[in-house]
Ligand binder design. Structure first.
Ligand SMILES: N=c1c2ncn([C@@H]3O[C@H](COP(=O)(O)OP(=O)(O)OP(=O)(O)O)[C@@H](O)[C@H]3O)c2ncn1[C@@H]1O[C@H](COP(=O)(O)O)[C@@H](O)[C@H]1O
Length: 104
């Protein structure tokens, strides 16, 4: 099982755990708006790391982004498989071609 798939299972198992001992449960109790805000904050921190931080900082912030995205997807009952299927569907279509097809 790959890392993100294991993380998806862990998050699902921790959602209803004790918030005193589980960060996933804390986020779950605080709800989707807080999860979405945290994801946005982590994304900004990743941008800052890319622009002015070290390689190590960027790796850490990127991991935070993926973790908080996975928490939000779980809360919204969107599976990793659905997101990966969307990426598979896009495979081989240039972003330039896709954008041009929208403005045509
Ligand atoms: N991958 C992660 C992971 N990445 C980051 N984090 C936490 O995300 C939080 C974000 O850090 P911040 O400094 O931005 O947030 P904060 O200031 O502490 O929190 P706020 O006051 O802003 O809400 C930190 O507490 C990190 O420890 C994670 N917490 C959990 N996991 C995974 O989730 C599993 C279950 O975790 P628990 O639910 O805590 O048992 C763990 O075993 C890990 O596999």
């Amino acid at each position: 099982m790959d890392t993100l798939t294991r993380l998806e299972t862990t998050i699902a198992n921790r959602r209803d755990a004790d918030p005193d001992t589980s960060y996933v449960a804390q986020l779950s109790h605080r709800g989707v708006p807080v999860m979405a805000r945290k994801l946005g904050e982590e994304a900004v921190e990743a941008c800052v790391a890319a622009l002015s931080g070290s390689r190590e900082e960027l790796v850490g912030e990127a991991a935070d982004v993926l973790f908080h995205l996975m928490v939000l997807l779980s809360a919204k009952d969107v599976s990793l498989a659905e997101v990966l299927a969307e990426l598979d569907r896009r495979e081989g279509t240039s972003g330039i071609d896709e954008k041009n097809s929208r403005s045509a």
